[in-house]
Design a protein around this ligand. Structure first.
Ligand SMILES: CC(C)(COP(=O)(O)OP(=O)(O)OC[C@H]1O[C@@H](n2cnc3c(N)ncnc32)[C@H](O)[C@@H]1OP(=O)(O)O)[C@@H](O)C(=O)NCCC(=O)NCCS
Length: 156
């Protein structure tokens, strides 16, 4: 049902215009993010649905980490960092777990990691719930102004 392919410039431009309803505006796209989305080091992939329409994206590696976590050395252990987003109008409908499972299957086949790792904003209980259902466990909470991030991990 979901097809993964390397992100293209039109995909990146579309994602940069996505707007999430509150309280998820922190995940809004931004035109200045387009070069990062297209940077091959970040392994952004577009995900399409049955009609070939863009339904979300995944990134694998450094762009799925946050500076304070890097400063604390939280990414020194071997694992594949995973970042993702579904198209705004598809969120909140129970589609997240299937989307996540498809992304992990793709990442397992493509990168053969030993483990998957996620950094998620602690306020985002909806995302944390989906990741827990996908088998991730919270390793620790961290941040530089309180525990605003959760580090989660799952064997591959
Ligand atoms: C994160 C994401 C994949 C989650 O997928 P989703 O399809 O929107 O999530 P669901 O609708 O399946 O909701 C998951 C669960 O959270 C629950 N939930 C929703 N809002 C909640 C809230 N405010 N507090 C607690 N639980 C909440 C739902 O009831 C559901 O529970 P259930 O599995 O028991 O039914 C998706 O919202 C997304 O891509 N968002 C983009 C922005 C983002 O948050 N990115 C995450 C970056 S780490």
């Amino acid at each position: 049902m979901y097809v993964f392919r390397k992100i293209t410039a039109p995909d990146a431009e579309e994602i940069s215009r996505w707007r999430y309803p509150d309280p998820y505006a922190a995940y809004n796209g931004d035109p200045t993010s387009v070069p990062g989305l297209l940077d091959p080091r970040y392994n952004y992939h577009a995900v399409t649905g049955p009609e070939g329409e863009l339904v979300g994206y995944f990134c694998f590696g450094a762009d799925a980490t946050v500076p304070v976590g890097r400063k604390l050395g939280l990414y020194d252990e071997d694992a594949l960092d995973v970042g993702l987003g579904m198209r705004p109008n598809l969120t909140g409908r129970g589609l997240g777990l299937g989307f996540m499972q498809a992304g992990l299957r793709f990442a397992g086949q493509t990168f053969s990691p030993t483990a998957f790792r996620l950094t998620v904003a602690a306020f985002n209980r909806r995302a944390v719930k989906v990741y827990g259902a996908a088998g991730f466990e919270v390793v620790r909470a961290f941040g530089d102004r309180g525990d605003e991030w959760l580090l989660m991990r799952r064997p591959a």
